[in-house]
Design a protein around this ligand. Structure first.
Ligand code: SF4
Length: 203
């Protein structure tokens, strides 16, 4: 593996998985933040941070649990990744090398699995997958999400060509918004109730 450090281009703007999650929640967040320079309340950031600390602790407790179960022959922990072709960067909990010669991202969620994998989680794991492919130069066609709210619930996700294309389209749309394109409001009106942009957001 080449270090992700070597891949960084200082003049390039990279999108992170958490920005894409915000974008999926409401595309206008990004417009207000990036184009008008209006920041969100720090309170929200604090919650994210707190969740992250719990998650880090859990992740360390469970380091060796999955090795046998998934046919893992090697794993790298807390890996900083980047993709020049997708213009994204991020840090993944684990990069797995599997016995069939492919590689896979693994991400811990301090949450309980509820019948389906959320679209946001799916897009995030695919982003890690395409970055691993680029950095390690190995095929990635699956990823794992570990729900660790109640023990260990491991879900396998197929990282298909269609999903990679979906991520690419999402990133292109994100970039258009940062360049001034005014996106549609979220169709989930309940999200507007507590939104810090509701007074300036005309729907
Ligand atoms: S008010 Fe609603 S549509 Fe506007 S930015 Fe907030 S969540 Fe999005």
């Amino acid at each position: 593996m080449k270090s992700s450090h070597n891949f960084f281009n200082e003049n390039q703007y990279y999108i992170t998985p958490s920005q894409i999650i915000e974008f999926l929640y409401c595309k206008r967040f990004i417009y207000f933040m990036k184009c008008l320079g209006i920041r969100q309340y720090e309170e929200k950031r604090y919650k994210v941070q707190k969740g992250r600390n719990i998650h880090d602790k859990k992740e360390k407790e469970n380091r060796d649990y999955l090795r046998k179960k998934l046919g893992v022959i090697k794993k790298d922990i807390d890996v900083s990744l980047v993709s020049e072709s997708y213009k994204i960067k991020g840090k993944v909990d684990e990069v797995l090398t599997l016995s069939d010669g492919t590689m896979a991202p693994l991400d811990y969620k301090f949450a309980k699995y509820q019948d389906k994998i959320y679209h946001t989680y799916l897009m995030q794991i695919v982003m890690y997958g395409v970055m691993i492919e680029e950095i390690y130069n190995q095929p990635v066609n699956k990823g794992y999400i570990v729900y660790c709210r109640n023990g260990q619930d491991v879900k396998e996700v197929e990282i298909t060509t269609q999903l990679k294309k979906k991520v690419k389209d999402l990133i292109d749309e994100f970039l258009q918004v940062t360049q001034g394109y005014f996106p549609k409001a979220t169709k989930y009106k309940a999200r507007c109730i507590d939104c810090c942009y509701k007074n300036i957001c005309i729907k």
